[in-house]
Ligand binder design. Structure first.
Ligand code: NAG
Length: 221
């Protein structure tokens, strides 16, 4: 009897570990919106008013929202970038300021990187020609309200000979909020260390539910 109980716990734990990634709300590839680039960067809208216009593209950024964590219909926003051949410069800023995470869900789960920052600035080699990025809140960052976020992907020209130099020369201060200031506040490029996934109450709940359903499913076999 004790042995059976012990086995059940080991099984439950194993399932929890195995499923912790897949069971989290992940966007379906068909739900991902397409990144719509402003190809000529010298035509970026630099008018701060663009931040409040419905289809505004301040500095080429696009807007989306991370739903309030207790919203029953909370989605996982996803964006697909196509034509990624060389390097991609990823920049994200939230409003209100919150720790946001971006994860390339196209790459194999074992090697993909999760970046969580208050402002994301990451210039990296393209993981694949078509990449889908999923956005999420880190930990309890979105526990108070929904959080708007601006995102931008700039692809380096495949003809660029030194893409690392191209990355180095990117303006890392160009967030939508910088349009409010006459003198841009210098922002040093944030370190893009992969961070552990924070567990919010919602995530813990879905995880537990997931493991529970799996146990029932196995028990019924
Ligand atoms: C980008 O836009 C600027 C300003 O409209 C224009 O002068 C320039 O020729 C454009 N560059 C390209 C590559 O189209």
């Amino acid at each position: 009897m004790m042995r059976g109980l012990h086995l059940a716990f080991v099984l439950l734990f194993t399932i929890l570990v195995l499923y912790s990634k897949d069971c989290e709300a992940q966007c379906a590839p068909e739900d991902a919106k397409a990144w719509d680039p402003v190809r000529n960067e010298s035509t970026y809208d630099r008018d701060p008013a663009s931040i409040n216009q419905p289809d505004g593209r301040p500095l080429g950024y696009q807007l989306d929202t991370l739903d309030y964590i207790n919203d029953a219909n909370a989605r996982s926003p996803c964006v697909t970038v196509t034509g990624c051949i060389n390097y991609v410069d990823i920049m994200v800023e939230t409003d209100p300021l919150a720790r946001i995470c971006i994860e390339d869900i196209t790459t194999d789960a074992a090697t993909r990187e999760l970046i969580c920052q208050e402002r994301i600035s990451s210039c990296v080699p393209c993981p694949s020609e078509e990449v889908t990025y999923q956005f999420s809140c880190q930990g309890s960052s979105c526990d108070q309200s929904a959080v708007n976020f601006w995102f931008r992907f700039v692809l380096s020209d495949p003809a660029v000979l030194d893409p690392e130099l191209w990355c180095f020369n990117r303006n890392t201060d160009e967030y939508p909020s910088s349009l409010y200031n006459n003198v841009p506040v210098p922002v040093t490029r944030a370190k893009t260390m992969p961070t552990g996934r924070g567990t919010s109450l919602g995530a813990t709940f879905s995880l537990t539910l997931c493991a529970f359903l799996t146990v029932i499913f196995i028990a019924r076999q």
